[in-house]
Design a protein around this ligand. Structure first.
Ligand code: NAD
Ligand code: ZN
Length: 349
């Protein structure tokens, strides 16, 4: 089978012919149909300091996908060949205090699919049955491939009540973009988006942003335009840029609530006295609630939210180099690698 392999420390990936893996007990073999390129994959592609200290080589990256079950081993429950599936990319231990207390999203032994275990940038992938999410019949393949990153957006948007709130989102990458319509659906009065890329600001407007601005220093102006001089009720940091978090905190109202989803690549100095005196709440958000968020994603799709609107490019897997180049630029929304055009069985579920 074809697989995109990171086999040496340094930038790039190689498209190689490798043996198709065999599922062990508790695992399924999935034929990958489409796989999204995520920021994590770009870190591995570029081989930055995070990737160099985290990833063990060789590795097949990739974790956002839709595929079709082609074989099951013993102990895989009701999973059957032909089912259209994705997988929760945070593989949890199932045995720690949090896993056993029905809070697996807080498992301290979480292993990332496509980071610490071979992922889905390949014709086939072997996955633990416990991580599989079975899609409904006839699911749109682009939408199905987005359940993981859309789940990040939905998890973040579910963190604090948004009804009648004035919300700021810093960063209109795919996750920030997908958060905008969810925040509107949850009743936010206004959603202000900070994003330096003009192309992504336009995408944010299409997603329903009330005001977009190129710089987090413009947040004060946006508040004035909204007649809200005291600050934002809810902030969502979705850029990973240290300055964005600092500016967002500075523009919160007293008692404001901030979700931190973005991952800064260095420590961010924070005025904790200011956080204390203004009684701000800061909540980290990682991944998705397993599998609550996946059900919430389904409910939001039923309510008419269309996350696939953030997909701007599809590339055949063989053209992965162009796909990664486009995904690295801020000219794109979500970039999809197409591994196979059609489910073999027509998507039995
Ligand atoms: P992305 O890198 O595509 O998007 C980030 C956006 O932030 C870009 O459009 C960039 O132009 C913009 N930006 C840069 N500097 C900014 C600033 N000062 N103010 C406002 N915006 C600025 O990433 P993504 O895939 O949308 O993910 C968003 C962030 O969330 C990343 O940091 C990513 O690593 C992180 N992430 C975290 C989780 C989690 O589980 N916590 C999951 C997915 C992604
Ligand atoms: Zn655990």
């Amino acid at each position: 089978m074809r697989a995109l392999v990171k086999d040496r420390a340094g930038p790039g990936l190689r498209l190689c012919e490798v043996p198709t893996p065999t599922p062990a007990a508790g695992e399924v073999l999935v034929r990958v149909l489409r796989a999204g390129v995520c920021g994590t994959d770009l870190h591995i592609y570029r081989w930055d300091a995070w990737a160099a200290r985290t990833v063990r080589l060789p590795l097949v990256p990739g974790h956002e996908f839709v595929g079709e079950v082609v074989a099951t081993a013993a102990g895989t429950g009701g999973l059957l060949a032909g089912q259209t599936v994705s997988a929760e990319g945070h593989l949890v231990c199932g045995d720690c205090r949090n896993c056993r207390a029905a809070a697996p999203h807080l498992c301290p032994r979480t292993r990332g699919l496509g980071i610490l275990r071979d992922g889905v940038f390949a014709d086939y992938a072997v996955l633990p049955a416990t991580a599989i999410w079975q899609h409904r019949p006839g699911v749109d393949l682009d939408t199905a491939a987005l359940f993981d990153p859309f789940g990040n957006a939905v998890h973040a948007a579910h963190t604090f009540p948004l009804r009648d709130k004035v919300v700021a989102i810093t960063g209109a990458g795919p996750v920030g973009l997908m958060t905008i319509p969810v925040a509107r659906h949850f009743g936010a009065r206004a959603v202000v988006v900070v994003e330096p890329s003009p192309h992504r600001r336009r995408l944010a407007e299409c997603q329903g942003a009330t005001i977009t601005c190129p710089d987090s220093a413009d947040l004060a102006g946006a508040l004035r335009d909204l007649g809200r001089c005291d600050g934002f009720d809810v902030g969502m940091e979705m850029s990973g840029h240290p300055m964005a978090l600092t500016e967002l905190l500075a523009h919160m109202s007293h008692g404001g609530r901030v979700v931190v989803l973005g991952l800064p690549d260095r420590p961010v100095p924070t005025d904790w006295a200011d956080i204390s005196l203004r009684m701000l709440t800061v909540q980290g958000v990682s991944g998705r609630r397993i599998f609550d968020t996946w059900h919430q994603v389904t409910a939001l799709l039923d309510a008419g939210i269309r996350p696939a609107a953030v997909i701007t490019h599809h590339f055949p897997a063989d053209d992965y180099a162009t796909a990664f180049e486009v995904a690295t630029s801020t000219m794109a929304g979500k970039v999809m690698l197409v591994w196979s055009t059609e489910p073999r069985t027509g998507g039995r579920t």
